[in-house]
Design a protein around this ligand. Sequence first.
Ligand code: DP6
Length: 328
Amino acid sequence: MTTSSDNVVTAVAHTNIALIKYWGKRDANLIIPYTGSLSLTLDQFYTETSVNFDQNLDRDEVSIDDQSAANNSWQRVHDFLEIVREKSGTHLNAKVVSHNHVPTAAGLASSASAFAALAAAASKAAGMNLNNQELSILARRGSGSACRSIFGGFVEWQRGTDDADSYAVPINTPHLNDIRVVALTIEKHQKPISSRRGMALSVTTSPYYPTWVKVVESDLQSIKSAINQDDFTRFGTISELNAMRMHALTLSSDPDFLYFNGRTLDAMNEVKRLRHSGVECYYTIDAGPNVKVICQTKNVKEITTTFSKLFGPDKVTVAQPGPGIKYL
Ligand code: DP6
């Protein structure tokens, strides 16, 4: 059990972009998903978090990007620390200092890097010595997509059926390693409907949800075989299709909702135009208006030039496969 106040642990986790999406929980408390999902960890967007359990604190202290955390963020971090305290046996409050190198809650999956970094830093600061599988399970309790950010490169979250068998595993492959993701940060503001609320609404009200569960199974098989065969065209095609299938769940929910804005549609049309002109690229979109363009190294220049003209160069970031969890 930790008693001293000099045990600061700092961890860095990179965000990931889902190519086969996680959209819906079978168990909302434990965060067990209805389906598996598959992602790529990116090198460009990350969270650095320090945790220190300290006997001199009378409540958890949380600072995010140099500001004291707002009530709802504080509560989410506190709830997560409660899980760490329960598992580790410490009763101390913690000081958490977190810096996001990612536009928060704008569809660049900041909760993934945030809870992966928090899981790693908090568990170690509490004296636990978890392996990466155990870390993935712990990170999942904070945010589902965070379980994938424990690992670098391509990662599959195996849905499992309970707390112990729902975790991510890395897909170690020499294939598709020249893949690049051109992130278009169209909007930096908070999304109006969180992915948590949005997916719950889709599960309970979209008449297509049972079909989604079936279709993800086959999309997962297809994308894994595309990776195995180093087949970028199939890989991109399935990614784009799966993203649109997810967004069809938002449109078919009651009440319906939509994460796209006008510029999202402009970006989608531009990707299609580029593709038809021979510049192979595909889009994927999460719970926000930002668009990620999936391509290979050879086309990065043309794609960034095109989108810099459309949205401004400051809105365009090129990412490549990134690393798993690290301690500083
Ligand atoms: C669209 O992991 O943020 O990015 O588990 O409720 O915290 P919670 O949801 P979260 O959802 C991510 C949704 C997504 C798709 C994905 O990353 O797989």
